[in-house]
Design a protein around this ligand. Structure first.
Ligand SMILES: [Zn+2]
Length: 190
């Protein structure tokens, strides 16, 4: 399951025409979605740079390759970081569902057109109905996962990366810290 989704992500990256400047965010996306869905404990031992979950034996982060001795560890993933992954997830699914819905609308319009104006056998309700079912399926697939998925990936990944860039900037600014950033956005994604 996880492997297929990861492959899907990699394919999408190739065709959607957007390479994240932070490749470890793509590697972490599914892990963070598990965390957002509360399928894994919130507390743990996380990489101090990218917040990937670490194993006891790790001396190097498996996601961003930071040295744990240098990056340190944290016990929880900051909320603004979780929100970044949530934005990416929501944006993509919105585009996939929106696209699939548009495909169904087009098939319905074609159905009405065929029944109303279709010449000869094309105007037969059975032909129009077959088109509605088959065409609806194909168009939903085309506009949903294929076209909507790419657009959603691109937009979602850009939005996520922008939030991450802000997080990095706030973290690296002396005196600025991610907790203060969090307080400015009281809506928690968890
Ligand atoms: Zn890391």
């Amino acid at each position: 399951m996880g492997g297929t989704a990861r492959n899907k992500d990699r394919e999408l990256r190739g065709i959607a025409g957007y390479e994240s400047p932070y490749p470890y965010l793509d590697r972490l996306q599914l892990k963070m979605e598990e965390r957002l869905a509360h399928r894994v404990p919130a507390a743990g031992r996380f990489c101090g740079f990218c917040y990937g979950r670490l194993r006891e034996s790790d001396s190097e982060c498996g996601f961003c390759a930071a040295s744990i001795a240098e990056a340190g560890t944290v016990a929880e993933i900051p909320q603004d970081v979780l929100r970044a992954y949530k934005v990416r997830q929501k944006t993509e699914s919105r585009w996939v569902y929106g696209g699939a819905f548009a495909g169904l609308i087009i098939a319905s319009l074609a159905f009405v057109t065929m029944v109303t104006w279709g010449p000869g056998p094309l105007g037969h309700p059975a032909a129009a109905f077959a088109m509605l079912i088959g065409g609806g399926y194909l168009l939903a697939q085309l506009f949903g996962p294929l076209i909507g998925g790419q657009a959603g990936y691109r937009r979602g990944a850009r939005a996520r990366d922008a939030i991450w860039a802000r997080h990095l900037a706030a973290r690296e600014t002396p005196g600025g810290n991610p907790v203060a950033e969090q307080d400015r956005h009281p809506r928690s994604p968890s």
